[in-house]
Design a protein around this ligand. Structure first.
Ligand SMILES: *[C@@H]1O[C@H](CO)[C@@H](O)[C@H](O)[C@H]1NC(C)=O
Ligand SMILES: *[C@@H]1O[C@H](CO)[C@@H](O)[C@H](O)[C@H]1NC(C)=O
Length: 226
């Protein structure tokens, strides 16, 4: 009897250790994308759709400074849970986190949540996760940071990488963001694609993004398409 109890205890301890380890990450990346660039040369995009001239969420990714990136385990996305929070779905996320492809918004969120969101489940359950991402998008308005910066960076022109970086940095308290580009091989230009702001694991404080991305923009002129 005592032996069985000890064995049960050990199994329980192992399970809880595993569950914790599976939910470990150092920081969150809030990835915002410029719709026009996302759809540049992208056949998944709905052709002829009118794209908003606003950065919108691509995803919010629990990440490690080491770069270690494990498949997330955790409770899968629940459509029912999302539908129970009708306001979140129809009023908030539909503008902060829209899909530009044939994938519906719900399926886009489901994909992102199952791939990334479940990694932070210990801190942010599904509804908290989406509510937090939406709130960060509203608070850290990249479109507005660019527009109101010294160089009044607005779509339809090209800007120096340093000026784009400066604008975002100013907007987030001096921390380093990541600025990602698509390269157009046809005319060898860099196109502003995504801006990543990094946060502590709970998503309530900006921190510096310490890892570079292989999609980081080259210094030089960057096209911000309209
Ligand atoms: C971060 O690394 C730890 C191991 O140090 C791992 O258990 C965890 O799954 C990783 N997190 C992500 C989001 O990949
Ligand atoms: C973000 O800033 C842009 C440009 O100033 C503005 O048009 C838009 O309404 C802002 N979005 C939100 C959610 O405040």
């Amino acid at each position: 009897m005592a032996f069985l109890a000890v064995r049960t205890l050990i199994v329980l301890m192992l399970i809880s250790t595993f569950a914790k380890a599976a939910n470990k990450y150092d920081y969150l990346q809030l990835v915002q994308q410029w719709p026009k660039t996302f759809c540049h040369n992208n056949r998944a995009c709905i052709q002829g759709a009118v794209l908003p001239e606003l950065f919108s969420i691509h995803g919010m990714w629990p990440s490690n400074f080491s770069g270690q990136n494990d498949a997330c385990v955790g409770t899968r996305f629940s459509m029912r849970e999302m539908r129970r929070h009708n306001h979140l779905e129809t009023q908030l996320l539909s503008s902060s986190w829209p899909s530009y492809t044939g994938l519906s918004n719900l399926h886009f969120w489901e994909y992102e949540y199952n791939k990334h969101g479940t990694c932070s489940e210990n801190n942010l359950k599904q509804t908290d996760y989406f509510t937090r991402a939406d709130a960060l998008w509203r608070r850290y308005n990249v479109t507005n940071m660019l527009l109101t910066s010294r160089h009044q960076i607005s779509p339809g022109s090209s800007y120096r990488y340093a000026d784009i970086l400066y604008a975002i940095r100013q907007g987030i308290g001096g921390y380093t963001p990541l600025i990602l580009c698509k390269q157009d091989p046809a005319n060898n230009i860099w196109i502003l694609h995504e801006v990543i702001i990094c946060f502590n694991p709970l998503g309530n404080n900006v921190i510096a993004c310490r890892r570079r991305s292989r999609y980081s923009c080259n210094s030089g002129l960057i096209d911000y398409p309209k």
